[in-house]
Design a binder for this molecule. Structure first.
Ligand code: AQP
Length: 332
């Protein structure tokens, strides 16, 4: 059976980008067709300036939202990365076959290191090595597929390179995975700056729809979205980034394509209204279920505890095999 691994980083409140670009596909498709492993990748949240209490809170919130969105612990494994030591164990081995040049070429590193410097902080070494930890996350589970948004495909390419390199040098140990981005909304853009990604850790909240935003707030953000010059509603990412972003969001909500929708609106205002209502309707059940789960925190804890046990049982044999293959003496 195909195995899938993917994760969400608790660096901020989950966004519509996380939902359309990743979570929804995990819920609606992946958990039904494959042996699926989903993770709150909390160690990755420590790669930039962080507040410990906030990371803890956001980790729980992310897990709760993943359940609220419809991940079913009977169909998939859901856990928190730091609860399973195998991720950090394997990451070190992979650092021993990765080069610093490879790390410095990662687009997210380039972008985030600039942001950290602009904020006046230093750049943590873990920000540079984070793609290796992500490779360990994936390879520890022998994942065949990694459903991620477009922003993460470069990291999956790196994971493939590391798996092939390790296998060639030390004998076949890892499955070589591939990224499987969604067909629509693989890159949801910020509503106030449609040339940059809607990212949960970005400072301006006005262009970001959070999954837990009240319906009125969602409507306001979408109705105030930046659009483009001209009046015609057409899909063209380069020439009309704002309108195209709205068309992609609406298309993803309705399960259709953005080009097909572009003829349906005679003004930007109409498109915005339709998009706002579609997003409100899409998120309503997630918000409601999230509220129910918040009233029962013991349930979330139990899911995460069982998930970590299941995850450990899958990851440990692969990581142990990698330790032996690379030349480390097994403990007696
Ligand atoms: N805007 C987006 N459009 C489509 N997919 C997206 N994803 C994130 N933003 C968008 C996908 O969501 C999954 C979880 O992402 P992540 O938490 O691992 O981190 P990220 O990709 O770095 O997401 P953010 O929200 O932008 O976080 P920050 O701001 O901290 O960097 C991934 O599959 C991702 O592709």
């Amino acid at each position: 059976m195909t195995r899938i691994f993917s994760g969400i980083k608790p660096t901020g409140h989950l966004t519509l980008g996380n939902y359309l670009g990743a979570l929804r596909q995990w819920v609606e498709v992946d958990q039904h067709r494959a042996d699926s492993v989903f993770c709150v990748v909390d160690l990755h949240a420590l790669t930039v300036e962080h507040d410990p209490a906030r990371v803890r809170r956001l980790s729980r919130q992310a897990a709760t939202l993943m359940l609220a969105a419809g991940l079913d612990p009977a169909r998939c494994t859901l856990f928190v990365q730091s609860h399973v030591d195998e991720h950090a164990r394997l990451s070190y081995l992979l650092e021993c076959i990765a080069s610093d040049g490879e790390m410095r070429r990662m687009i997210q590193y380039k972008e985030k290191s600039v942001r950290e410097r602009e904020r006046g902080g230093s750049v943590r070494l873990s920000l540079l090595t984070y793609p290796v930890l992500m490779a360990a996350d994936i390879l520890a589970y022998g994942a065949d597929e990694v459903p991620v948004g477009e922003d993460q495909t470069q990291h999956v390419e790196l994971t493939r390179d590391l798996a092939v390199r390790f296998n060639q040098r030390y004998g076949h140990t890892f499955v070589v995975p591939r990224a499987t981005p969604p067909k629509v909304a693989a890159r949801v853009m910020d509503l106030q700056d449609p040339t940059s990604k809607m990212g949960k850790s970005h400072e301006s909240g006005a262009g970001i729809v959070y999954l837990l935003d009240e319906p009125e707030v969602v409507r306001k953000k979408i109705l105030r979205a930046v659009t483009d010059s001209g009046r015609e509603v057409g899909y063209d990412r380069e020439a009309k980034p704002g309108v195209s972003n709205l068309l992609e969001i609406l298309a993803a909500c309705e399960g259709t394509g953005p080009e097909a929708l572009s003829g349906a609106f005679s003004s930007y205002g109409e498109l915005k209204k339709a998009t706002a209502e579609a997003v409100v309707a899409l998120l309503r059940p997630v918000r409601e279920r999230h509220m129910e789960l918040c009233a029962d925190p013991g349930r979330v804890d139990a899911v995460l505890r069982e998930g970590a046990e299941k995850a450990r049982a899958v990851a440990r044999p692969t990581v142990d095999a990698a330790y032996r293959a690379i030349g480390l003496l097994p403990a007696g």
